[in-house]
Design a protein. Sequence first.
Lengths: 300, 240
Amino acid sequence: MKMKKILFIGISLVLVIASCRKRLDDFLFNNVKADQYLLDDYTGRITLEVGSEYDVADSMIHLINIPIQSEGQHLNISALYTGELSRIAVDTVILYCHGTADNIDFYWPRQKLYSNMGGKSRFGVLMVDYPGYGMSEGDPTEQNMYDAVNGALQWLKDNGLTSDRLVIFGFSLGSAPTCEVAGNPTKFTLAPSKMILEAPFASAEKMIQDASILALPSSYFVNVKIDNAEEIKKVNIPLLWIHGESDSFLEIDKHGEIVYNNYQGPSKTAVRVPGGDHEDTPFIMGYSNYLTTLLNFIEQ
Amino acid sequence: MFNQEFVQQIKIHKTLVFIGFFGFITACAPTRFVKPLEHKQHAVTASFGGPVINVPGIATMPIPFTTFGYGYGLTPKTTVYGNFHTTSSVFGVVQFDFGTSHSIWKNENNNKGVSIAPELNFMIDVFEKRASLYPQLDANYYMDYHNKEKDGKSKVNYLYFGLSNWFELRAEGANGTKVQQHIICSPQIGHTFDRGKWNYTLEAKILAPYVSNEKIVVDYKSILGNRGGLGLYFGVNYKL
């Protein structure tokens, strides 16, 4: 009788617990929502501190609202464009896909750097907050992150940008939409002419296996299928890859090198930064040197 | 200048979300039956604990892996057992382990001995049905001390120490990378309070002490600094 009771309780426990479906997709997204962007007035943690020489004039800062449809939802996506709006139709534009942390305020110093590359507002720079980040509606998923980036591409196209003048730049998590767009250009509104990856990760599965030691399938933990190391094989535009050799979050050998080595496109440039950690390669390289590297790649 | 806290902040967030399951999945339970059960003895078991990580603002604590299982004394020297891993199931991964604990040596006084426990760990997720099988082999030396018998009931304490070994059979990991660790070996030490029908075990493992715990998304705590991790476990058996 006692055995039957224990068996019954055991089986019930198994069924109840096995019916749970918690997933760890959230591990990719460290989003922070915001009612407004504070930019230079933001007092929270930031990625880099840059001097006043990289200030961007208020007249060059444009907050954009981009409506998208994603996974059956209508979402308003927020993006920040720096530069002359009128020059989108005639000059090169950088679409910057930021990393996993916080929102646009966190990455604002980076946008200021890129806006000062080659001179004040030499290039237009568009940075988009993925759903659930900053003022963008929704909660982040892999698909709506891609849809938000496509919404940004649509906005650029509506303002006159053509594919041959688009450079896409992905940092860390942003390497996922960057590789997705560059590897599958026909699925997106515009096809970039060049791509830049800074501290990319190889795949969600690789990150999981780093942490668990065992070669466990990613489906044990997450639904996301992000696999930059595979997507990069389809890319047919020039690549610039920057990665800190001391990256303590996405180790260069286990992530960046795999992505870089899998690239089979027309030309690739690697910048391995001695002493650079995950986030600080611009600082370690020196902002001027960092921006010159980017500029040379874009203008070559 | 560079915000020095950034990478740490990311890791903190990761630690919080990974706490439910990630980490040394190889370290989700203590050794099941260091001493095999008596012949034809039934027992139910439960365990709690895992690798110790720092949860900022809360505590440094073991990941709360839980398992429930059953054991049976098949022969005087061999116990068979199986366990269900409840924490894994919460995440849609059905995980069982099946094994035997076998006494291979005892001294004349029956108060010291060596047991081995070959085991299979099976996992499959309900989403893509990807299955994994990990053989495991634990070996322990135990020694009784301070044994008492009162009112016909025995009270036995024993210490044990040994090795817990997991075997990775896959040759290739994500993105075609070569699997680096095919044997994950963890020294362990434990203590069991055997109180007749109930017994309680506390165990500590040094998880994979030869593997770096740096440059990954989880902050493991280890007594060896930047190598391996520390696992702490509590187990309870109830003899039927």
